[in-house]
Design a protein around this ligand. Structure first.
Ligand code: 3PG
Ligand code: MG
Length: 415
């Protein structure tokens, strides 16, 4: 297959597997945001769990023994209690309306014993894979240990598919070597369809909205989309790097000075919401100085004053961008327009979010939201269920849009 954006070799999916009575090792991305409340870890957003339910339902109905493996946070080989997946097992049981067993390890005798008494349709969640350093190191011996309970392998962890770890690359290799099949789950399949195939020959105009802090994170995506999209709208802090490229003063705004020669055929903000950061003398949890963002105001001048910093696109830019978005037939959005977590700097992102929904509902546009903060922004605005597709991947969706082959996908059996 020849394709110039993202090429996806067809892989087996759960539809292709004969799962009855078999042990299916299912890698999921249950790396969900959690928070401690009254000494308990509480899940803040269940999207990643919810999106795996179709795969799990199908496996249950077809009589598979389902062994779920996942990571949570970055415990770096330590048994961090706050990063246990146990609360996820409880939540999943609620959502499936059936018991979900939990073992406080992901390898070893306890796991093997539990699996040995599983019945068709039973579901087991293993403890955090990253309690072992061997997971991220893609250690072959560790992959063999994980694969001890696997007849077949399913990857539904799109959000972790850009990682070549034991559970995403090592285990499928072991299973395949034994002649077992490795397939994509329905969530994985949907992600690859919307972020890949759907953008291959998009209905036009195709408008790309890119925001977020760093140009360096997105430059390969911009590169790939430059001759694919009619318009690329740039917001977020990365806009200031581009402005610097055009010779404007950007005050204290976050810029990447070594990146200023890049990308020209894009729209940039003509006004911004700026504020003056004043050092409070305090440090945050990470030991970084805390700034009070004073005097938020619209700046329509090409330059940002020396003492100020940009935190959102301005009203004129938001209006101009929204107009472009409303006329689109295909929209890809990755990265917020400003620091939307602070209400004073959320208008730009919210205006774009509303325009994306309008294009979807009134113009029949396909709107694809590329994961991470843009998904959070849409959900914050209460508009999450009014777009065509929201990715569950952050880094994974970016790497996929860059055209990178994802190790977690590459490891699956070709059709
Ligand atoms: C994510 O949340 O981005 C994925 O679960 C991958 O996690 P990681 O960035 O810690 O590898
Ligand atoms: Mg990440």
């Amino acid at each position: 297959m020849l394709c110039d954006l993202v090429c996806f070799m067809p892989k087996l999916t759960v539809r292709d597997l004969q799962v009855r009575g078999k042990r299916i090792f299912v890698r999921v991305d249950y790396n969900v945001p959690m928070e401690e409340k009254d000494g308990q870890m509480v899940i803040n957003d269940i999207t990643r769990i919810k999106e795996t339910i179709p795969t799990l339902d199908s496996l249950i109905q077809n009589g598979a023994k389902i062994i779920l493996a996942a990571h949570l946070g970055r415990p770096k080989g330590q048994r961090e209690a706050s990063m246990s997946l146990r609360p996820v097992a409880h939540k999943l049981a609620d959502m499936l309306v059936r018991p979900v067993a939990f073992v406080d390890d992901c390898i070893g005798e306890k796991v093997e014993k539990t699996v040995s008494v599983m019945q068709p349709g039973d579901v087991l969640l293993l403890e955090n894979l990253r309690y072992y350093n061997e997971e991220e190191a893609n250690d072959p011996a560790f992959a063999e240990k994980l694969a001890k309970v696997a007849d077949l392998y399913v990857n539904d962890a799109f959000g972790a598919a850009h990682r070549a770890h034991a559970s995403t690359a090592g285990v499928p290799r072991v299973v395949a070597k034994r002649g077992g099949q490795c397939a994509a789950g329905f969530l994985m399949e949907r992600e690859l369809k919307f972020l890949g195939d759907e953008l291959e020959s998009p209905a036009r105009p195709f408008v790309v909205i890119l925001g977020g802090a760093k140009v360096s994170d997105k430059i390969k995506v911009i590169d790939r989309l430059l001759d694919k999209a009619e318009t690329i709208l740039i917001g977020g802090a990365m806009a200031y790097t581009f402005k610097l490229a055009l010779g404007h003063k950007t005050g204290k705004s976050l810029v990447e000075r070594d990146r200023v020669d890049l990308a020209k055929a894009v729209l940039l903000p003509t006004d911004n919401i700026i504020a003056t950061p004043v050092d409070t003398g305090k440090l945050n949890k990470k030991g970084k100085p805390v700034f009070d963002l004073q005097n938020p105001r619209v700046n329509s001048a090409p330059d940002i004053p020396d003492d100020a910093e940009g935190f959102d696109i301005g009203p004129e830019t938001a209006r101009r961008y929204a107009e472009v978005v409303r006329s689109a037939k295909t929209i890809l959005w990755n990265g917020p327009m400003g620091m939307f977590e602070d209400k004073r700097f959320a208008d730009g992102t919210n205006t774009i979010a509303k325009a994306v929904v309008e294009a979807t509902e009134k113009n029949g546009a396909k709107s694809i939201i590329g994961g991470g903060d843009s998904v959070k922004a849409l959900n914050n605005a209460g508009l999450g269920d009014r777009v065509t597709f929201m990715s569950t991947g952050g880094g994974a969706s970016l790497e996929f849009l860059e055209g990178a082959e994802l190790p977690g996908v590459a490891a699956l059996t070709d059709k």
